[in-house]
Design a protein around this ligand. Sequence first.
Ligand SMILES: [Fe+2]
Ligand SMILES: [Fe+2]
Length: 341
Amino acid sequence: MPETREVRKTREGCPEERFEALLAAGEQIEPGDRMPDGYRRMVLRQIAQHAHSEIIGMQPEGAWLTRAPSLHRKASLLAKVQDEAGHGLYLYAAAETLGVDRAELLDALHRGHQRYAATFNHPALTWADTGAIAWLTDGAAVVNQVPLCQTSYGPYARAMRRVCQEEAFHVRQGYDVLWSLCRGTPEQKRMAQDAVDRWWLPAVALMFGPPDTVAGGADARTAAMGTSVTRRSMAWGIKRHTNDELRQRFVDNCVPQAERLGVTLPDPAIRWNEERGHYDFTPVDWQQFRDVLGDGSACARQRLAHRVAAHAAGAWVREAVDAYAARQAEHGERAEHGEAA
Ligand SMILES: [Fe+2]
Ligand SMILES: [Fe+2]
């Protein structure tokens, strides 16, 4: 959309006022715009955590690629896992527009200085887990990411628009895996139910972050902390909704889908609340995730070790790319000076 004359004038005006005026006009902040340090740090932290989650999130399902039950299932799972690598790339590229190198971000991940969604610190025990992960965690990702298509930092918003289209395919793919299992043998149906039992709570709790309203189940202290971060983020147009609003939206989406599938969501408190116009569910007890949230759990250590090993194994590719780029640059220089290449 072409910028209005007012917005163009604002971009060229006083830097402090310009930032606030762009936000007030609903315009996006671009890499060349002056922005408060706090805004830059908050956006960078969110993009980095998101990028890390995309690439660590490849692991639980990636482990099932060699054991997919058919060529068709293998092809779609492979495409899905590759998409996640691509999402990581878009996001690292978006982070680079804030002046931080991708290698630096990966280093921070590998040293445990930056986090990823702790949802992925759970193992995928059976083939059905690939279905439950895609239906539930990718489903939660869609709920989180659709509003991020309008987030205030331009490169992040543009990355999200592309990511969301692919995430929608992932959810369908996972739902389809579960759909087949639920219509298979009693043992296959049990497998599907078991996987849903394992992934429901990690998706509901960890894909949306800590409760940030007292109504969302947080004690007053957690709610106060969560609310102040959320409020700042919303004032800057980074977040558009509270964690608890998005969590509710996710539960509302999943209940009818679970009914159609024929699986039971493992929460006896789920029931339609006519007055609220939403499904009730058990409030998230954030403390119960302390083990998986910490870096010390066996699965977390395994995820990180695998990532570090994969990065080391790919060193020769990075070296080859650098050598090729250096040669191209050298050829370019020679051509510029009229020498034969
Ligand atoms: Fe993704
Ligand atoms: Fe995905």
